[in-house]
Design a protein around this ligand. Sequence first.
Ligand SMILES: [Zn+2]
Ligand SMILES: [Zn+2]
Length: 149
Amino acid sequence: MRQSMYYTFSEIAESLAKRSTCSARAAVGAILFDDDNRIIATGYNGSPRGFPHCDDEGCKLDADNHCINSIHAEENALLQCAYIGRSTKGLMLFSTHIPCWRCTLRLIQAGIKRIVYEKEYGSAVKDTINVCNSFGILVDKFHGRSVYK
Ligand SMILES: [Zn+2]
Ligand SMILES: [Zn+2]
């Protein structure tokens, strides 16, 4: 049987996550795609281009133990669109993890219309889902190839 597109996204996102270079956080991989399921941009969490990697030189943690030197996977995917000059309006996100609160705000502001995630992570899961729904952004958990065609 032919593999579903979301299952393919899942494999790609998990492969991207393996490139994460900030061990203070979960290894996250994210994909922005359009209505035709075309991949527009990808991201994983790590330092900006040219910066030392956290895994080599250590994270820079704030008072809440969040690393302030790494860009999150979802942010990196949005920034990749900025870098290549592609509008993010109406794109959709597939991510290995539900976006954190910080990324959720950025995804809303960038006009992302749907979020599909694989794993819950962090303490703001309900807040993320609620705020997305209040802005008309659909949030779905990907359960495997049988769910989506
Ligand atoms: Zn770090
Ligand atoms: Zn985040």
